[in-house]
Write a protein that binds this ligand. Structure first.
Ligand SMILES: *Cc1c(COP(=O)(O)O)cnc(C)c1O
Length: 236
């Protein structure tokens, strides 16, 4: 455990340094880029080691896993975002536990989040997930429909649109991903320019362990890292 603890602490330190370098190289301020630890398959004990090493934002993929680990997390030091595919019937398990739901790709899901947020008397921050690679296997709304969805979401009580999120296709050449990241930034700037009431377009969540430097070059404000922090995942 001590060895593992050192590894996680070293990883967090190294990654924060790499993030800062990438931001400065892109002419941006390091503090513009938030670092999230993606916790899927990792025990609450390991996640708490990451929090002890300075991580203050966790990303959760599955409602079930969040329920199992939630009580054990040292939440006084970290916010939680939901980043996975969320079925409408699981919304009630998540609302109230997370500060933000990053993976909202339909009005139906947004309505459900709004409904339970009202019930629990909380405001839930949300990002609109864009299916930037037009992939059948991924959630999110098509870029051409994003503005209309955001206009509808802006009218719902107890949710607050804060920006966009994307999971681009995995490619061997990072130049292909650069294109997706650049496109996401364009969409964000475009929608921000419409100045829609009750909508903030400040958060651009993109970039994972393999491609965060490229994402930061294209304006990412939140990178979601799993394996770079915890090592490779062991799915059982
Ligand atoms: C797993 C996951 C990540 C992190 O992936 P790594 O390659 O391990 O950094 C980021 N975002 C989402 C939505 C994920 O599901």
């Amino acid at each position: 455990m001590e060895k593992l603890s050192n590894n996680i602490a070293e990883n967090v330190k190294r990654i924060r340094w790499e993030l800062d370098e990438a931001a400065v190289a892109a002419g941006r301020k390091p503090e513009e880029v938030q670092l999230m630890a993606v916790t899927k398959t990792q025990s609450a004990t390991l996640v708490n080691l990451a929090i002890a090493a300075g991580i203050d934002l966790l990303g959760e993929n599955r409602a079930q896993e969040l329920m199992e680990k939630y009580e054990d997390y040292h939440k006084e030091h970290a916010d939680i975002h939901f980043i996975g595919h969320l079925q409408t019937n699981k919304v009630k398990q998540v609302v109230g536990k997370v500060k933000m739901i990053e993976s909202v790709g339909s009005l139906k899901l947004a309505r459900e989040i709004s409904k339970f947020s009202q019930k629990m008397d909380v405001t839930t921050e949300v990002l609109v997930q864009i299916n930037i690679g037009d992939e059948d296997t991924k959630g999110g709304i098509a870029p051409s429909q994003a503005e209309e969805l955001i206009r509808q979401m802006a009218l719902l009580p107890n949710i607050q649109v804060q920006g966009l999120m994307a999971i681009p296709p995995i490619w061997n050449s990072s130049s292909e991903n650069e294109g997706y990241f650049a496109r996401m930034h364009e969409i964000l700037v475009d929608i921000k320019g419409k100045k829609i009431d009750n909508v903030n377009m400040e958060v651009l969540s993109m970039g994972m362990s393999g491609d965060f430097a490229a994402a930061i070059r294209h304006g990412s404000t939140l990178v979601r890292l799993g394996s770079a922090i915890f090592g490779s995942r062991n799915y059982q």
